[in-house]
Each structure stands twice: as C-alpha cells, then as structure tokens.
Design a protein around this ligand. Structure first.
Ligand SMILES: [Zn+2]
Length: 75
C-alpha cells in the first residue's frame, strides 16, 4: 500500500511536470507569429528612401515618400 501511494505521487508529479513542459513548449508559437508580422517596405520612386507601404503615397503602382517627391517625379 505504501508503494502504491508512492507511485501515485511520482506519477502525479511527472504528469504535472509534463503538463508544465507542454505549456512552456506551446507558448513560443504566438511569439513567433508576432515576430512574423513583417511590415512591407517600399522604395520611393524619386529618392529611393524605404518606408512602410502604409505610409507611402501610391500613384499608378509607384510609391513616393512625400507629396513633394510625387510632384517632382511628375506623377
Ligand atoms: Zn522620396
């Protein structure tokens, strides 16, 4: 009977430990998903500076960093 309790305790500890390991192993994927959210960068057609596509001015599939460069490029 002593051994039965001992093995139950060991089994319980191992089960808790494996559960904790599984949770630790399951945690990284969301972090990797956050890191994989890359911002698409585009180059200004006039000066070539790179900027996030959401901040670029788009004129007929050409990207510009500012309205001034858009005008200077004749677009
Ligand atoms: Zn520019």
């Amino acid at each position: 009977m002593k051994y039965l309790l001992f093995f139950l305790l060991v089994g319980y500890v191992l089960w808790r430990w494996r559960d904790a390991q599984a949770r630790r192993g399951a945690a990284p994927p969301p972090k990797q998903a956050e890191q994989s959210q890359t911002i698409e960068m585009v180059a200004c057609a006039h000066c070539g500076v790179h900027l996030p596509v959401v901040q670029a001015l788009t004129v007929r599939s050409a990207y510009f960093c500012s309205a001034a460069h858009q005008k200077a490029h004749g677009a």
